[in-house]
Design a protein around this ligand. Structure first.
Ligand code: SF4
Length: 425
């Protein structure tokens, strides 16, 4: 978690430093094991990576997570431009463009030298159909087999027949890897990985739960940064340990009176993917205005069943049951009712004054119903809302001044509502 240093600006906390070395280790281990002959899988972020722990020598790379890192390190647009020069439309998701730009330029300009070439691609329709098409490009160009987990969208609670359909596909995926890699699968190892992931997620929920304090113990930007190892280190002891220390350290800071926005006057909620290229700039400028985006639908959904906020616990039994039940955790495929349920709960728990709907040029599935949802939050809860234009990873499609004009208008609406001079509009 970044904290303000006495001389202004920010310094890295112990958990921030540990996060950096964790990510370096994750990517170095991935390249190292791949070069030593491990079976390499590229996955969509929703794919339950704990399954790979069931094999002795299967490693995985996460193109979306790597793309987010590129954007955070300031090379997102550069990689996008490479893809666009190859003829890929600038309307495509910036994660896809960053990944294509990186992969077809052999990892050049990537902070991690890209990802090692895969033996198998595993996409997931729970994200979006674009991701399936994006992985298909590597299938066509490199001839790498592509396995698609077909996860039904959830407009309500996951249906038993959808659950069964998902579990069947896990079995097909395992059989595919066994056949391709020649490695034997052991379910006990997956049980252990699921148990460690659940431990990690319990600590994650404790960490993001610190947003309920006044002032909030965290910002949503902390959760954006800290979610990275959940994508690259699932099912590992070091992930569970990192999140335990993160929650402990953040609790200690709160006890010592250290808060990310000490003069917090506005408590906001963010809806959509993180603006990776703006984390530091946006959080600093908001902090100067006394505003804290304390939580985000993008990170409070992690570890929960669709439309819920609480952790869905692993009971130590069949790991596939737990993994399949969590396949709909991400917000993208949710209908309005599910999105509203979780958001209403978090608005209540965290005492939210206003909601920032970040309309994302890249992620149409996340953004499509935001206008209706915004109306719902405003009309049903009386919470002021604003919509700003963002692209999560392509900085060229973001205007700081346009965004802040609207964000400042949101703060004015909150003030006006407090003064009772006008009803929230
Ligand atoms: S469009 Fe959205 S869900 Fe699809 S890959 Fe891009 S960020 Fe992910």
């Amino acid at each position: 978690m970044p904290t303000e240093s006495p001389g202004g600006g920010f310094r890295k906390s112990p958990s921030g430093k540990r996060l950096s070395s964790l990510m370096v280790q994750d990517y170095m281990a991935l390249h190292q094991k791949a070069s030593e002959g491990a079976f390499v899988v590229w996955i969509a972020i929703i794919v339950p990576a704990e399954i790979f722990a069931g094999f002795a020598n299967v490693v995985y790379g996460v193109p979306e997570s790597h793309a987010a890192m590129c954007a955070g390190k300031g090379v997102g647009s550069l990689q996008c431009e490479k893809a666009e020069r190859m003829g890929y439309s600038s309307d495509l998701c910036s994660y896809a463009r960053i990944d294509l730009g990186t992969a077809f330029d052999n990892g050049k300009d990537s902070p991690t030298f890209g990802l090692p070439r895969p033996h198998l691609l595993v996409s997931n329709t729970n994200n979006c159909s674009l991701l399936v098409k994006w992985f298909d490009i590597y299938h066509r160009v490199w001839g790498v087999p592509h396995f698609t987990l077909d996860i039904p969208f959830s407009y309500e609670s996951q249906k038993p027949r959808d659950f069964d359909y998902i579990v069947t596909q896990f079995a097909d995926l395992i059989a595919t890897i066994e056949e391709m890699s020649g490695q034997r699968f052991e379910i006990e190892k997956v049980r252990e990985a699921a148990s460690l992931s659940c431990d990690a997620l319990r600590e994650w929920k404790r960490f993001i739960g610190l947003a309920a304090g006044r002032p909030s113990g965290i910002t949503a930007f902390d959760s954006f940064v800290q979610m990275a190892p959940f994508l690259t280190s699932r099912g590992t002891r070091h992930l569970a340990e990192h999140y335990r220390m993160l929650a402990d350290e953040t609790e200690e800071q709160v006890k010592s009176g250290i808060f990310p926005v000490p003069a917090e006057r506005y408590r906001l909620l963010w809806d959509n993917i993180a603006p990776w290229h703006q984390l530091r700039k946006m959080s600093s400028r908001l902090s100067e205005l006394g505003a804290n985006i304390t939580c985000a639908s993008y990170t409070y959904c992690i570890g929960s069943k669709e439309g819920e906020y609480a952790l869905h616990e692993f009971d130590g039994g069949d790991p596939f049951t737990w993994l399949a039940r969590l396949q709909n955790f991400s917000v993208c495929p949710h209908g309005m009712r599910l999105r509203a349920n979780a958001m209403k709960e978090v608005i209540g728990i965290n005492g939210i004054d206003g909601v920032v709907f970040a309309s994302n040029r890249s992620c149409k599935v996340y953004s499509l119903m935001q206008m209706d949802q915004m109306r719902r939050v405003r009309d049903e809860l009386g919470i002021p809302c604003v919509m700003i234009d963002v692209d999560h990873a392509d900085e060229r499609k973001y205007s700081e001044e346009a965004a802040f004009t609207r964000l400042e208008a949101l703060l004015e609406m909150i003030d006006a509502g407090r003064a009772g001079s006008i009803a929230p509009a």
